[in-house]
Design a protein around this ligand. Structure first.
Ligand code: ZN
Length: 305
């Protein structure tokens, strides 16, 4: 095993044992980098999103692709543990997000590979000179490791990270507005934060409808634009519609056909018909219940009746 492979192995091992969440990010990046090899012929229709508590979350392009991924899950788990973990069991299963999303155009990956190849070439990295201060900063970070070889390896990782960081700054990279990690010149926030913010945005959209079920799509969109300007591109009307629909389905599952006066029932009708409570009429409620009859808690009964 050459020295670089050894450093890689230590990094993966350290990441697998890390409990702060940072380790999971490193592992997921590594999975994304090797996705083609891991997921084989479904790799371009799926993408790894995150790793949490040894579960790899995957987004799939369509329900059919999701089924294929499910079918291949044992292979995927084995491949991740073999290719990224190199024998270390870094994941024990896979799962899918609640929503189908097209995989991000460019899966999150450690800056390397195609478009950045030229900027981050070995040649360019070698041209970067670290100051004495920067070097001692890196040495300090690994000073706590007792084993000399491991300490040296870790210092090397920090030194090369520092060099990459300097190179990135020279090439227009800037701090992510949220986490402070460096991100590509054309981005506002980094790929990691994009994933988290997408989650947050979806929750926020639900909260908007939860607080005011009659909110129009455009009004909800305006609110997100104001609160999360960095998500402008992502907050499309179809994303908003999808959140509202799933809120409708979830609420309907808690309401019975005969129950037209509970708070849940009223909320459901207001949400579906985008009206305020004062505009609720019996006729409107009846219509909404008929529309939703297959989503209600006792849908089996209503199907028969
Ligand atoms: Zn970030």
């Amino acid at each position: 095993m050459n020295k670089l492979e050894n450093i890689d192995k230590i990094l993966i091992k350290t990441a697998a044992q890390d409990k702060t969440g940072f380790g999971e990010k490193i592992l997921c990046l590594s999975v994304a980098q090797n996705w083609k090899e891991i997921a084989g012929n479904i790799s371009d229709r799926t993408a790894p999103i995150k790793i949490h508590e040894k579960i790899l979350f995957i987004s799939a392009e369509s329900p059919a692709v999701k089924d294929s991924a499910k079918f291949l899950s044992k292979n995927i788990v084995e491949n991740v543990n073999k290719i990224v973990g190199r024998g270390e069991k870094i994941i024990s299963g896979i799962d899918f997000g609640k929503f189908f999303e097209s995989p991000p155009k460019v899966p999150p990956k450690i800056p390397a590979q195609e478009p950045e190849k030229n900027i981050f070439s070995k040649e360019n990295l070698e041209k970067i000179i670290l100051t004495d201060e920067e070097i001692s900063e890196c040495e300090k970070k690994s000073a706590g490791i007792e084993n000399e070889e491991q300490r040296k390896n870790l210092t090397e990782i920090f030194l090369s990270r520092k060099k990459t960081e300097k190179l990135k700054l020279q090439n227009g990279w800037h701090k992510c507005k949220i986490c402070g990690e460096l991100c590509e010149p054309e981005k506002i926030i980094c790929s990691f934060c994009e994933i988290n913010e997408r989650d947050k945005m979806r929750q926020r959209i639900r909260k908007i409808f939860y607080d005011e079920p009659s909110t129009t799509f455009h009004k909800a969109q305006d609110k997100i634009f104001q609160e999360m300007p960095h998500m402008k591109k992502e907050c499309t009307l179809s994303v908003i519609e999808s959140e509202r629909s799933s809120l409708i389905r979830e609420t309907a599952a808690r309401v019975s056909f005969g129950d037209k006066n509970s708070d849940n029932a009223k909320f459901l009708v207001m949400l579906l018909k985008q009206v305020n409570e004062k505009d609720l009429t019996d006729a409107l409620i009846d219509r909404a219940f008929k529309e939703l009859r297959f989503n209600l808690a006792d849908r089996n009964l209503s199907e028969k009746s």
